[in-house]
Ligand binder design. Structure first.
Ligand code: KG4
Ligand code: ZN
Length: 344
């Protein structure tokens, strides 16, 4: 079974061809990072325009690299939600045109289901049910993965996502966009205990996260230091931020695993590239005898392979869209399958 996956939810235009869910025949990513770096973050309008320019060559290259023609595909998957609306619309409209022209079924795919699927590509032995920590730029979710296309959300962020908090802290510390990776590098030579930072607990749901207090604490700390003319060791601050976020993510994941009886744990999303988060989860899982699955660094960020993989399981589960498919900036992971199955 051959599927084309198209991703354009943020600042990467990406496409991939997958066979039988997890065999990746091509994976093309065109990143816009260099351009957005000039503005210190993603400029949605620019992202949409670049997707518009890049989507055709990226999809063409994905087909060429795979040695597959449009006619040979069984279906076309596209990220339809959630993400930057203008960016999503480019991929969705392109996929609709391609599906219409080729007569292939169109599979609307959820971006976070895509991140979750990145682990199936790297670890084909991983099978639901299991517990997955999904940590991207815009989302921090603790998810029970019940099947490849059905999910239950145990916890979520009440404010900033972990990735967003990392990016904003990195920016306040003077690192260029995308800050997460620079902060990660700097933290390697810093002292993680140098700055005690807030680790809020949510009274009515112990699995929920809140990272806005940490972000504000870092901004205030830097502001006060600059007003007083006191130097701040950015490596120490980077290490403290990273250790605090890693500790909170790990604590919540371990609690959910214990209370819900999971011994198979996965992590996915852009923040799963973070060395502190990876090490912390690994240590905690080893201690408890849990099996931990992490995507390789090449599949942590946004890519087309994860959409092709998630889309192919969705195709098998009967998730389809017709030519009225619209993109949406928001969409619950739990509503994805239900809504699309109803609209077939
Ligand atoms: O999943 P992703 O590529 O895009 C979204 O779907 O949002 O995640 C991007 C996030 C950014 O917030 C970035 O700060 C974070 O992933 N990130 C990292 C690292 N690489 C990417 N955070 C920490 N350490 C990294 N090495
Ligand atoms: Zn993402």
């Amino acid at each position: 079974m051959l599927i084309l996956g198209i991703e354009s939810s943020c600042d990467e235009t990406a496409a991939s061809v997958a066979r039988d869910h997890t065999e990746i025949l091509s994976n093309v990513v065109s990143s816009q990072v260099e351009e957005h770096k000039l503005y210190g973050g993603v400029v949605p309008e620019i992202a949409s325009r670049r997707h518009c320019e890049n989507v055709l060559p990226v999809v063409q290259k994905a087909l060429d690299d795979a040695g597959v023609t449009l006619a040979e595909l069984d279906s076309i998957a596209v990220t339809a939600y959630p993400g930057l609306i203008g960016a999503l619309l480019v991929g969705v409209n392109f996929a609709k045109g391609l599906a219409l022209a080729s007569g292939k079924p169109l599979v609307p795919t959820h971006h976070l289901a895509g991140h979750i699927a990145s682990n199936y590509i790297a670890h084909p032995e991983l099978k639901p049910p299991y517990l997955c920590l999904v940590v991207s730029g815009g989302h921090s979710h603790l998810v029970e993965v019940l099947s490849h296309t059905t999910f239950r959300i145990l916890g979520r962020t009440r404010d900033d996502a972990a990735g967003n908090a990392l990016t904003k802290c990195a920016r306040a510390m003077g690192y260029p966009y995308p800050g997460g990776i620079h902060l990660d590098k700097a933290s390697k030579s810093g002292n993680p205990d140098a700055f005690p930072l807030p680790k809020p607990k949510i009274a009515d749901n112990a699995y929920d996260f809140s990272f806005s207090g940490l972000k504000t604490a870092v901004v205030n700390l830097l502001h006060n230091a600059s007003q007083k003319g006191t130097p701040v060791c950015t490596e120490d601050l980077a290490a403290s931020v990273q250790a605090t976020i890693a500790e909170v993510l790990t604590e919540h994941t371990m609690r959910a695993a214990r209370e819900h009886g999971y011994t198979t744990i996965a992590v996915a999303g852009g923040v799963s590239a973070n060395s502190g988060v990876r090490a912390s989860l690994q240590k905690a899982c080893e201690k408890r005898g849990y099996t931990l699955y992490m995507p390789p660094l090449s599949l942590c960020g946004d890519n087309g392979a994860m959409i092709a993989c998630a889309g192919s399981y969705a195709f098998e589960a009967g998730i389809r869209a017709d030519s009225s498919l619209n993109a949406s900036a928001t969409m619950e992971l739990t509503a994805w399958g239900e809504q699309s199955r109803r609209t077939v």
